[in-house]
Design a protein around this ligand. Structure first.
Ligand SMILES: Cc1cc2nc3c(=O)[nH]c(=O)nc-3n(C[C@H](O)[C@H](O)[C@H](O)COP(=O)(O)O)c2cc1C
Length: 183
């Protein structure tokens, strides 16, 4: 069975921390250690049939990257390399970090950009999440009244993160690794 690959972008470390929590909840039997997207090539993502990808929002609901003041290259520099790459047959779940109180008009809005990028490459996107329990005015990352992935707020609702992760991971595990269910 191929494992789940976990990749993240971060500027100040919160998304790395969440990626590590995801790894420790899933366990080394079914997931590989999380890796920063700024040290990753597209070919490494393609080695997996199942991926969990995480990003914070920066700028005006943008992906992190040099243009929005991040310290290093990030998702914004990685995404252009996805042009013409085929992710069909791959299953991908997304998680996004934001700060709903401070950025209420664009909460976790960058997540939709990862969604569009990988969906556009043919991936099957799984892991939508309810908007209940959050307080914000607008997020671009909502389709059919649900976030396109798990949204976490380490600034204002860190106390909910572990529970949200446990529920979401239990939901997506069989979607990412159907072999687990068949065993
Ligand atoms: C300059 C700046 C811009 C931000 N823009 C947004 C935003 O548009 N939407 C949002 O929900 N959060 C925004 N945030 C909050 C970050 O996404 C949040 O703090 C996140 O946890 C940072 O993750 P990291 O530590 O992995 O870099 C912004 C933070 C900063 C410092």
């Amino acid at each position: 069975m191929s494992k789940i690959g976990i990749f993240f972008g971060t500027d100040t470390g919160s998304t790395r921390l969440v990626a590590k929590k995801i790894y420790s909840i899933l366990g080394a039997d079914i997931a590989d250690k999380p890796k920063n997207i700024n040290r990753t090539r597209v070919e490494e993502l393609l080695q997996y049939d199942a991926l969990i990808l995480g990003t914070p929002s920066y700028g005006v609901g943008d992906l992190p990257g040099l243009a929005v003041g991040c310290q290093e290259a990030n998702w914004a520099e990685f995404v252009p390399y996805l042009d013409d790459v085929d992710f069909s047959g791959k299953r991908i779940a997304l998680f996004g970090l934001g700060h709903q109180e401070r950025y209420a008009s664009r909460f976790a809005s960058s997540l939709i950009q990862l969604y569009r990028a990988f969906y556009g490459c043919g991936a099957q996107m799984v892991g939508r999440w309810s908007t209940e329990g959050y307080q914000f005015e607008h997020s671009d990352s909502i389709i059919d009244n649900q976030f396109v992935g798990l949204v976490l707020d380490q600034r204002g609702q860190a106390f909910l993160t572990d529970e949200r992760l446990n529920v979401w991971l239990a939901q997506i595990k069989p979607l990412l690794l159907p072999e687990l269910v068949q065993d």
